[in-house]
Each structure stands twice: as structure tokens, then as C-alpha cells.
Design a protein around this ligand. Structure first.
Ligand code: MOS
Length: 752
């Protein structure tokens, strides 16, 4: 089999692997042997190195930069500042498009957050660029930074997340509270979290006249191509983005950011290729993060432990100059049955970089609070938390009453509970100890994520030798798109994946949409599926019209395509190979396109979500409060599973991130300076193996005939959504302490 050219991948193992099979990552060998190339691995001839100088204050003005000192440093070629930054074709202060953000590209000397780019230094070597940036020695006129609830400015936002309303009401919550036998109310706080992808944001930009080539990690190739082109006044088709691999994206690489745009601008200005790679510290500011929230949950409950009203309010932090509000309160809109639900979000302006989408935006932080509040409500009702969730099971979509296209959440609860050993869990806290005297607690959380689909296109070409080429500008950010999308295409073509060449990861292929929203496999997969089916349909026409074919006249009864042959549906023994059909027709190849297309009526009629249940065990040192998530069992139902191995890996990733959310992750701002004090991976804690000693992900079977013709839902983000609450609830069960501020700290539990 011939190999994809932009990033040569290993051929598939030839063991009948196809959709539904747990085949290993096609790019795995390249990655573990160091052969996979990432953006910064590119070194075109004549390359210059660019480095951002960033602000050390969070609010104020840059009054002086020693540009002369930097320029005098050997090897430094150019220093860009607001005084000499070349023009852009679009105003970076304006948001362009639905994923548009105000971009930081040296438009003025105002400082709006710490780590804001204030200059760019280009040099013949990385060392010279770094030294040049240090020599700029900025002076500032600083103002006090607004870092929190006490000094931020509250406002009523126009929207939350990406275009969701800031207030959604179903039914009358006040009436629901008035009718309640008891009310549970609790305040929660979630911190600023940063994506911290292993691969920093980077770009290698090369201009050739009005044509631009970008090696950069990117989650949305064609959309970004158009956007970058627009900033330079060239058509998107002039821009080639190559992004064969990403060292993690998590939402931070789906949108444009200032530093990468500056790197491209420098390349144009200097007429040489430019490489710019953010340092780890510089990723804490200009490239988005999960914004802080302060949430209040109010639950009205009747005598049987059923919700009479559910109100979820959130105050969400954003920057002083742009709006991205973590849509946490919306997590309560779709989870549980309640006659009345109200979700409301208020904004809080701080001197920070603008937040952005980060793995399960809103659902992660919102479900953390919701699931913890549900646990408190179960306790108030004297009910087992799992029974309590079953008592509030949504049989139809809360608010709208739409039926679910599929919902195997009951099965998730049951299978997860069985695997975890939930039965017999004591109702009261502080009832269990292990052999070493550590407090043991068990908690549960429900997991949920919607099933967005994005416009996507693909092309499939069947060749004379019976092999195929399938193409779409998809993105593998570690989730396994190289493998799973090719499996889907191979299945549609009736070919072993080993006979299907898959081209992806470059922007001059058909638009595969965004690898985000847990919708890439469904969206790009559907386009590939349809392209493959269209090829088979044309091949069938050729054969059915040819009197020399054993399939002559099969048009009415139809054919099936498998193992490189078409078979008559009414007589399986009458078949012909693709190569024979093409050869007799004298055609060297057949090409067809396909699009993400769904039955719009079905999309409107059915509520579509992936569901799951996460069970957590924690152990807590009774004296020192040290806490560890010793066991996590997640059971998830997400429609058809294309590749169980890779899906399990997605669930593990989500659950590990959930453990980080519950127990480790937080970026902390220094109130005096507004700078983030732990802007590095030494002090910004992410879970390591010792923090997640036991993970189990159960794939609960679920058939969905409505979500799309493939029956595929999303798996990328759901794992985080139940896990945070499950761990917090387990901590309470171990200790009797309700910690409502994440992450849960040792000092919250010490001497408990
Ligand atoms: Mo994501 S936060 O949908 O890349």
C-alpha cells in the first residue's frame, strides 16, 4: 500500500481489521520511535527564530522597551513592537466569526494581562532571540490588577460558551421551590485551569509571494486556513496548513491566537521562514484557559426525593476585553428530570487572558457542581446517591420533553455499580477504613455530553488495482483520528483498511470541520462514509449496466460491498472484484465526494447525548488529609463504538482529567501582581500514574438509529464530566467533609 505523503504512516496490520475492531493506533509506532514530526520539528532553509517578549504586569502600559539593546545583540534581525508592527488586513480588536476572539498582536502599548505579548524578537538562532527579548527590559506604568471576586467587575453577558444564551428557563422554579418538602443549596468554586498540552503552541511560517505555508498544531484546518488568510488579505486557498500530529489540543488549538499570528506576520515582514514556539510559561495567558467559576446550586425536593426545581447560577470570569464565559450553569439543563430548571450566568471581568473552550467546556465545571449538589441532596433525603439519581432519571429531555435518540444511562449505572462493587456501600460517611487505617469513601457521578455535528466533507477514490484513497482534512490530536476515520472509510468501501490509503492532517483536502466538541468522528466519519458509499454506488452502476458482469441487472436488487468485491444481494455467489469491474469498464479510477449529512427532521425530533456513570473510591489520611483517587470505574454509552481500544483510551483520558480537576489542577494568580504563580508543569499539578492507580472504562452497548447513519456519538469529553463529582462525593463519604471549592486540598481535610 502506498503511504500518505504529508506524514507517512505505517500500513495497517492485515488481520481483517475493520470498523468495530480494537486496532492499534496507526501512528503509534511513529510516535514511540520519535519519527512523528510536530510543527516545531520543521526547519526550512533560511529559518529565523522568533520569541515573544511578554508582560510581567497584568494591567497598565508599557512605557519603554530597549529596542536598541535588543537590536544590537548579535544575530537579532528584527524587533516588532506596537511602534513598528506591520499592518494586518483585519482589525484584530474585532471578533471575526463564531470562533473569533480579540487577538493580541501588538496593537497598542496597553497591558491587559500577565504574559501578554508586548514585543516579538526575530533572530538567526533561538538563543539570540531569547537573549534579545531579555534585553528589551520593559518598563511599565502599572495599575492594580483585578484578580478575583472582590475586585472584578460584574456584568450581564450577551452569551455564554460559543453562542449559548446566558439564561435558560424551563418551567417555574419559584413555584417548584415553594412546593418542595426540602431545599438544598450549595456554593461551589472552580479554579482557572490551563490546557497544558505537551506540545506548546507553535508555528513555522513560510511565505512565497502571496502563498503561505504553515506548520502548526491546529484542530480546525480549513476554518483556520480561511481565518489566517483573511488577516493577511489572501484567499484561504493560498494558505496551506500542515498539522499531521498534535501534542494535545484540548480546545486551545481550535482557535486563532495572537502569538501564532505574530509569527506569521514576522515571516511576511522579514521575507524569511519564521519559527515561533511559546514557552510553557507563555501558554498561561494568550492562548486561552478554562475560566474560574463561582456557582450556586439550589435544589427543591419532594418527600420521595424527586426534584421539584433545579436552579444553577454561575458567575464566570473572563478578561477585561473579550467574552468567553465557561457555560457551567448549562450543565444542569439536560441531566435530570425536574419540572422546573433555571440556568443563569453572570460575567466577571478580570485582568487575565481571555478564557476559551477547554475539554468539556461548561459541562466539566458545571457537572462537578451539579453532581456534588446531587450528592448533598441525596444525603438530605437519606437516600443512596445512585438510587437518588435513578429517582430523578430523565426519561425524556428535561425542558423540551423530546425523546432520546438513545439513552443507556440506566445500563451504565448498573454495569458501573456492579464492576465497582457499589452494593453494600454504607449510607453514612466515615464508615470505611482500609488495613492501613486510611479513610475510604465511595462516590458516584453521572456523565453527559451532547452530540454536536459539524459540516464536513470527504473524497474517496477507488483505483484500478482495487485499492482506495480517502481524503479529508481531519485532525489527530492524540485521540486516534488517523486510525478511526480510516476504519470508517474502509468499512464504507468494503475494503480491508490495509488497502485504504488515508490522507488527512493538511488543509488542502476536503474540509473535515473541527476536531472538537466530541464531534469529529461522527462528523468527518460521516463524510467519509458517504464518500465511500457514493463510490460504491457508481461502481455498482458500472457493473449492473455491463452484460459481461455477473452483476448485470443487479441495480434493482442491490449489492453488498465487502473484501474488495460486489456481491448481489439476492445471490451472494454472484460477485466481481472492484479491479475487474474497473478494468472492463476501462476506467482507471472512480472518485466521489461525501458530506456530513443527517436527517434534519430527526435531529430536531430527538434529544442526543452520550451518557455515563463514574464511580470513585478515594482514600484519605485521617490525620494529614492526603487524598488519592484509588479506583475509578466509568461506564459509558456513546452509540456505536468504532474502535474500542481508542474509545477506552478517550474515557481514561477524561477520567484522569477529572481526577486532576477534583484534586490537583489550579492556576493561582498573585493578588499583588496579577501574575500566575504556578505557570509551569512543576507547580501546576496534573495527575501522574500514582494519582490514578486504577482505572476501568466499561463500554456499555448502545444502538442509536437517529443520531446519524453511523450511530456514532461522541466520546472525547464525556469522561471528565462525571468524574469530578464522583471524587468529591467519595471524599465526603470518606471524611464527612463537604469540600465545595475545587481542587480539594489537603488543608480542607486535615485533622478532619
Ligand atoms: Mo474541544 S474544548 O471541543 O476542542
Amino acid at each position: 500500500m502506498s503511504l500518505e505523503t504529508a506524514s507517512p504512516l505505517a500500513p495497517y496490520p492485515r488481520h481483517g481489521s475493520n470498523a468495530g475492531q480494537p486496532i492499534t493506533r496507526r501512528d503509534g509506532e511513529l510516535k514511540v520511535t520519535g519519527q512523528a514530526t510536530y510543527a516545531a520539528d520543521n526547519h526550512p532553509e533560511g529559518l529565523l527564530y522568533a520569541v515573544c517578549a511578554v508582560s510581567s504586569i497584568a494591567r497598565g502600559r508599557v512605557t519603554h522597551l530597549d529596542v536598541a539593546a535588543a537590536m544590537a545583540h548579535p544575530g537579532v534581525v528584527e524587533v516588532l513592537t506596537p511602534a513598528n508592527r506591520p499592518p494586518l488586513a483585519l482589525d484584530p480588536n474585532v471578533k471575526h466569526g463564531p470562533f473569533g476572539f480579540r487577538l493580541e498582536v501588538l496593537q497598542d502599548d496597553t497591558v491587559r494581562y500577565a504574559n501578554q505579548p508586548i514585543a516579538l524578537v526575530a533572530a538567526e538562532s533561538l538563543e539570540a532571540a531569547v537573549e534579545g527579548a531579555a534585553l528589551l527590559n520593559p518598563r511599565y506604568e502599572a495599575q492594580p490588577a483585578r484578580t478575583g471576586l472582590e475586585d472584578g467587575q460584574r456584568y450581564a453577558p450577551a452569551g455564554v460558551g460559543v453562542g449559548a444564551p446566558p439564561r435558560t428557563a424551563h418551567g417555574d422554579v419559584e413555584a417548584g421551590f415553594a412546593a418542595a418538602a426540602r431545599i438544598v443549596e450549595a456554593d461551589f468554586e472552580t479554579p482557572a485551569q490551563f490546557h497544558n498540552a505537551m506540545e506548546p503552541h507553535a508555528v513555522v511560517a513560510q511565505w512565497d509571494g502571496d502563498r503561505l505555508t504553515l506548520d502548526m498544531p491546529n484542530q480546525a484546518l480549513v476554518m483556520s486556513r480561511e481565518a489566517y488568510g483573511a488577516f493577511f488579505g489572501v484567499p484561504g486557498a493560498n494558505v496551506l496548513i500542515r498539522s499531521p500530529f498534535l501534542g494535545g489540543g484540548f480546545g486551545s488549538k481550535a482557535i486563532l491566537n495572537g502569538p501564532q499570528l505574530l509569527g506569521i506576520l514576522a515571516a511576511r515582514h522579514l521575507k524569511r521562514p519564521v519559527k515561533l514556539v511559546l514557552s510553557r510559561a507563555q501558554m498561561y495567558g494568550p492562548v486561552g484557559h478554562r475560566g474560574r467559576t463561582w456557582q450556586t446550586l439550589r435544589l427543591g425536593l419532594d418527600g420521595q426525593g424527586r426534584l421539584t426545581a433545579l436552579r444553577h447560577r454561575s458567575l464566570a470570569a473572563t478578561s477585561s476585553f473579550d467574552d468567553f464565559l465557561e457555560p457551567a450553569a448549562n450543565a444542569s439543563l439536560h441531566a435530570y428530570a425536574s419540572p422546573a430548571i433555571l440556568s443563569e450566568t453572570e460575567g466577571l471581568r478580570l485582568d487575565i487572558g481571555t478564557p476559551g473552550p477547554m475539554r468539556a467546556p461548561g459541562e466539566a465545571s458545571g457537572s462537578a457542581a451539579l453532581e456534588a449538589a446531587m450528592d448533598e441532596a441525596a444525603e438530605a433525603c437519606g437516600m443512596d446517591p445512585l438510587d437518588f439519581r435513578l429517582a430523578n432519571y430523565a426519561e425524556t429531555e428535561p425542558g423540551t420533553g423530546r425523546p432520546y435518540s438513545s439513552k443507556a444511562l440506566r445500563e451504565c449505572y448498573a454495569e458501573g455499580a456492579r464492576a465497582f462493587g457499589w452494593a453494600g456501600r454504607p449510607l453514612r460517611p466515615r464508615q470505611m477504613r482500609d488495613a492501613d487505617g486510611l479513610l475510604v469513601g465511595w462516590g458516584v457521578g453521572s456523565a453527559l455530553f451532547p452530540c454536536p455535528h459539524f459540516p464536513a466533507e470527504a473524497r474517496a477514490t477507488l483505483r484500478a488495482d482495487g485499492t482506495a484513497l480517502v481524503e479529508t482534512a481531519g485532525v489527530d490530536m492524540g485521540q486516534g483520528a488517523w486510525t478511526v476515520l480510516a476504519q470508517i472509510a474502509a468499512e464504507a468501501l468494503g475494503l480491508d483498511p490495509a488497502r485504504v490509503e488515508f490522507r488527512s492532517g493538511v488543509s488542502d483536502l476536503p474540509d473535515a470541520g473541527v476536531a472538537g466538541g466530541s464531534g469529529h468522528t461522527a462528523s468527518a466519519g460521516l463524510a467519509l462514509h458517504n464518500a465511500g458509499q457514493n463510490v460504491i454506488a457508481r461502481l455498482t452502476e458500472l457493473a449492473a449496466a455491463d452484460p459481461a458482469s455477473p452483476l448485470f441487472g443487479a441495480g434493482n436488487v442491490g449489492v453488498t460491498a465487502r473484501d474488495g468485491r460486489l456481491h448481489r444481494r439476492d445471490d451472494d455467489s454472484r460477485s466481481e472484484s472492484y479491479a475487474e469491474i474497473l478494468a472492463r469498464a476501462g476506467q482507471p479510477l472512480i472518485t466521489a465526494s461525501g458530506r456530513m449529512a443527517r436527517d434534519e427532521e430527526a435531529v430536531q425530533s430527538w434529544a442526543m447525548y452520550s451518557h455515563g456513570a463514574v464511580f470513585a473510591e478515594v482514600k484519605v489520611d485521617p490525620d494529614f488529609g492526603m487524598v488519592r483517587a484509588t479506583r475509578l470505574v466509568g461506564a459509558f454509552a456513546a452509540g456505536r463504538i468504532v474502535n474500542p481500544r481508542l474509545v477506552r483510551s478517550q474515557y481514561y483520558g477524561g477520567m484522569i482529567w477529572g481526577a486532576g480537576f477534583a484534586l490537583h489542577e489550579a492556576a493561582l494568580a498573585d493578588r499583588r501582581t496579577g501574575r500566575i504563580m504556578n505557570a509551569d508543569l512543576a507547580e501546576y499539578r496534573v495527575p501522574v500514574n500514582a494519582d490514578v492507580p486504577s482505572l476501568e472504562a466499561i463500554l456499555v452497548p448502545e444502538e442509536d438509529r437517529y443520531v446519524n447513519p453511523l450511530g456514532v456519538k461522541g466520546v472525547g469529553e464525556i469522561g471528565i464530566t462525571g468524574t469530578v463529582g464522583a471524587i468529591a462525593n467519595a471524599v465526603w463519604h470518606a471524611t464527612g467533609v463537604r469540600v465545595r471549592r475545587f481542587p480539594i486540598h489537603i488543608e480542607d481535610l486535615m485533622g478532619g
